[in-house]
Design a protein around this ligand. Structure first.
Ligand code: GDP
Ligand code: ZN
Length: 467
């Protein structure tokens, strides 16, 4: 479907069903006012609706003249609206039956049920927002932590777009320069004697390549703010993994028992640490086992260790180290890990020094008791300090928030570096221009310029209906 030319009028329930005391039906498109006039009877005898006003009244079923619900209706005339089209919003008493009834009446009056994200897609197609902002709206809707919300809001304000437009401007100037040199290349004796061009290579470096590189380097931090980090708890049975998980979550999520091997499957939970979402997996122990169910659990453990940002290796300090600890060490030593010596309240069977000496890559070891709340607080601080400090520091910088944006920017970077190399090798002309052109196109792709329908479908289908 071509959304640009076929501007019919769409409608949807714009609020989550069953939540809050009020529900909103949003109608957008050329027929929005006409549809509203068919369904709505204002309390006062106003016949024509004025833009950006709120009206009190009733929704009537036009076929029966029956009152459906008492509502507040707002009308916003194009173009100062979310979609840049005429928009009518009907605020009614929530409850699914009422919302669905009004939606049905709007459809009967000539609107079409909106597809997921279609309102935002129209805002994008009308040029009100760029694609990085549309993606930010998805992020705001899906944001589960304070920090990911902050990141999304910054994108929504057009932070990334502003920088990209700046770089694009430099590339356009540069392109004009190199094109000029193609035209006059016969008059030039030596490319390097062209001082204009020499200056602009430096400009390209300083104004585009360097800041773009910095942005790409920070991608990982953006990912942490957006998606959070994943911790995996490993350790022998009965060392206190489930107890620690519960203490971090502050509730009784995993079953804690004095019998070894109870946590056979991988349990996943999330909690907030310094405003960042932390996924934590409690795993079955890593050990050789004849028990089939337990073996499956162990396999899953090994797989989650591979995916983890940080492995928390928990030991019971009141019991001696065994061969099993060597097995665990072998399977986690190539991952980023932290050693936790639990049950510090009991008499120790070995010291922290002994453990660190035996397993040297386990940096940042810490003694604690999972049953002691001030120890848990200390652990939270340590985790935040060790693994979240960098992402938190870059909280106010512009960041890339998804893979699509990163891929475009990486391709732009590759093209720029190829172009620069050609220039430094003394060559200029069409090849350079082509690379600069390619880089510019990739920058524009981040904003959704020249994007095809398939990509837009993929992005906007992540929205829910009504957004
Ligand atoms: P898991 O098998 O590693 O998940 O271990 P659990 O969390 O099920 O704990 C096994 C046993 O150790 C339970 O009886 C816990 O109450 C106990 N436990 C856990 N942490 C501590 C601790 O710090 N000190 C003491 N004394 N007991 C603990
Ligand atoms: Zn457990």
């Amino acid at each position: 479907m071509d959304f640009k030319t076929n501007q019919d009028t769409i409608c949807a329930i714009a609020t989550p069903v069953g939540e809050g005391g009020i529900g909103i039906i949003r109608i957008s498109g050329p027929e929005a006012v006409g549809i509203a006039q068919q369904l709505f009877r204002p309390t006062t005898s106003t016949l024509s609706l004025k833009s950006h006003r709120l009206y009190h009244g009733w929704i009537l079923d036009p076929s029966t003249r029956q009152r459906v619900d008492e509502v507040l209706l707002s009308y916003m005339a194009a173009p100062r609206t979310y979609t840049r089209e005429d928009v009518v919003e009907i605020n009614c008493h929530s409850g699914y039956a009422v919302l669905e009834r009004i939606l049905e009446l709007a459809i009967r009056a000539g609107a079409r049920l909106a597809e997921p994200g279609e309102f935002t897609r129209r805002a994008f197609l009308s040029g009100r927002i760029d694609l990085s902002q549309a993606e930010a709206i998805i992020d705001v809707i899906h944001a589960r932590s304070e920090k990911s919300l902050a990141l999304a809001s910054r994108h929504l304000s057009g932070d990334l777009r502003d920088r990209i437009l700046q770089w694009r401007e430099v590339l356009l100037q540069f392109q004009a320069l190199t094109e000029a040199s193609i035209d006059f290349s016969e008059d030039l004796e030596d490319a390097s004697s062209d001082s204009h061009l020499a200056i602009s290579i430096q400009d390209l470096d300083k104004q585009v390549i360097a800041p773009l590189k910095e942005l790409l380097d920070h991608f990982e931090r953006g990912r942490v703010l957006r998606e959070g980090i994943t911790l995996v708890l490993v350790g022998k049975p009965n060392v206190g993994k489930s107890s620690l998980l519960n203490a971090l979550l502050g509730k009784d999520r995993a079953i804690v028992t004095p019998v070894p091997g109870t946590t056979r499957d991988v349990i996943e939970e999330t909690f907030l640490l310094s405003g960042i979402l932390v996924r934590i997996l409690d795993t079955a122990g890593i050990r050789h086992s004849p028990d089939e169910i337990e073996s499956i659990g162990i396999e899953r453990t090994l797989r989650s260790v591979e995916d983890a940002d940080v492995v928390l290796w928990l030991m019971d300090q009141s019991r001696p180290l065994t061969e099993e600890d060597d097995t665990i060490y072998a399977s986690i030593s190539s991952s980023r890990h932290m050693l936790l010596l639990n049950k510090h309240d009991l008499p120790p069977a070995f010291s922290m020094e002994e453990a660190v000496e035996k397993y040297p890559s386990a940096a940042g070891a810490m003694e604690l008791s999972a049953l002691n709340s001030s120890d848990i607080e200390r652990l939270r601080e340590q985790l935040s300090e060790s693994f979240l400090k960098q992402p938190l520091e870059s909280c106010n910088a512009t960041l890339i928030s998804n893979l699509r944006q990163r891929d475009c920017l990486e391709r732009a970077m590759d093209a720029l570096l190829r172009g620069k190399e050609l220039l430094l090798a003394g060559g200029y002309g069409e090849l350079v221009t082509e690379e600069i052109h390619l880089a510019r196109q990739q920058l524009e792709s981040v904003l959704g310029w020249n994007e095809d329908e398939d990509l837009l479908d993929r992005i906007f289908s992540q929205f829910c209906i009504g957004k």
